[in-house]
Design a protein around this ligand. Sequence first.
Ligand code: SF4
Length: 368
Amino acid sequence: MNPSHTLIEKLSKFTEKQRKIIYENTFSIQLTKGCSIACFDCGAGAKPKLSDYITPDELTEILTEGKFPHLNGLYHASDPLDYDFEGTDYLEIHKIASKILQSKPYIATAVPKGKEEFVLKYLLHGNYEKINGWVQGPFINRVSVMKTNYNRIQKTFEQMEGYKEEDQIQTKNWKKNDEIIITNEKSLKAETIYSFNEGTDENLFIVPVWSHYVASIGKPVDFKDVMEYYKYRQKNSGHYLSNTPTEIADHYSDSKPGQIHNKKLGEKFKDDLSDEGIGCAHGVILTPKGAYNIQTQRPTPDNPLGWKPEEITPNNFKVTPYKFYQKIHGEKLEGFLKKGNHRLTGESFIKDVLTKIRLKTFDDILYS
Ligand code: SF4
């Protein structure tokens, strides 16, 4: 696939000041156009095939030119791990970006085909990322497991050294005083931390996962058990970055028939939409095709994802100031919008003032 270079060409048409404002409000640089996973109920509206990308040199140029105080990740309606162009895969481009930004881009992936082992390696062996000696959280922040990718992840898991059935420790008499998370619903709950000081009747299958052991009674440990382990860790991690494990978004267990995800979004569900989309910010995204305003709204039949990208152009220069609403800490979209965060794009403004003052003015004045 040849890159179109459209983003870099379009950015060059803006003035330096305009680019500065765009960058300061950018929360996502979507490196690829389209997503190889092709979920029919994609809540981000991704097209089901890769068709364009931002080159490593272009990304370096953009990141070096601007300041990106709100940049969260290198994907949006896409999967970061799809990036593999010009001899640079996602890991490489992540390193380039982290070095320039001095912080870690967030990674959420639904495990594109061929990346199963890459993701499993991180899930099984531990994955904190440090930049300049500071823990930045897990390298892969979130993995979406769905009915459509579970089987290939499980198949790879079964073939991995140390995790194949014949490699799993089997015992009826586990004496070691390590923490073991048992995930076999037949016996103990996933929440149970169990120290085996006595023998059991059935064979225990045990594998090391990160700094613990995951065990299953009566059957080899499978990827579902690993997921339970991660969900357990997530619930009990506290608030320390150094303790935060990769989050497993388990759509494998919770999606309804006829859905891959747990939310109903997009054209397909336009008459029965979920209350919230998956977006959690107002601001700007850069994609291989240009710079776009994004405003999070309640999904409606006209706007069934809850946001629509609107292109920013030099002649009609309107930029949505960055705003984030914290789903994680329970702020609902409704509360976020009620606070006056609805419809932020307004008049063109290019004032050479501090970002904060500018954004405050913008928030106060430019509702429509
Ligand atoms: S939901 Fe995520 S993984 Fe699925 S098509 Fe959309 S961007 Fe890709």
